[in-house]
Design a protein around this ligand. Structure first.
Ligand SMILES: [Zn+2]
Ligand SMILES: [Zn+2]
Length: 154
């Protein structure tokens, strides 16, 4: 199982492996020390709680999706189709737009689910099947604020 810890200071993503997780990691970008507390649960594949980075117990599930990739496909599709549209090839232009949307859909459907910590945005990939509920904006608001107060970011 892979864990991607988010630095609470600079938001850098710091990948660690559960099996040989250290007691603390240092952020390579800003030098902040982040204490880790990996419990037996994720190692044994029994869920991820509590979060090793913030001890939080609330998680949500989301697709392992890089929004930048999806956006790139849409932009590329729109650009190419605009060129065809400019030359009066409407039908080709619309087909390319539709194809770009379809590619996005297919890619999205094949993505695996990952588990994300509401508080510190640490991501959990692999061994553990994500059982957390879908993202809830209300919960996220509350827990993020609580966490940021605790680490003194607000
Ligand atoms: Zn950092
Ligand atoms: Zn956390």
């Amino acid at each position: 199982m892979q864990i991607l810890v988010r630095c609470s200071k600079c938001d850098a993503g710091l990948p660690i492996r559960v099996a040989d997780a250290p007691a603390a990691i240092r952020c390579g970008r800003c030098g902040r020390d982040i204490p880790l507390e990996v419990t037996a649960a994720p190692v044994a594949g029994r869920g991820v709680a509590p979060c090793p980075a913030c001890r939080g117990g609330e998680f949500y599930r989301r697709k392992d999706f890089d929004p930048k990739v999806g956006l790139a496909v849409v932009i590329a599709g729109a650009t190419i189709s605009a060129i065809f549209y400019w030359f009066g090839r409407d039908l080709i232009a619309y087909s390319i737009l539709a194809a770009a949307a379809l590619i996005d859909l297919i890619v999205y459907g094949r993505l695996k689910d990952i588990t994300v910590c509401y508080r510190c945005h640490t991501e959990f990939r692999g061994a553990v099947r994500p059982t957390a509920p879908a993202f809830d904006l209300h919960i996220a608001d509350e827990l993020e604020q609580e966490y940021e107060r605790r680490i003194g970011r607000r």
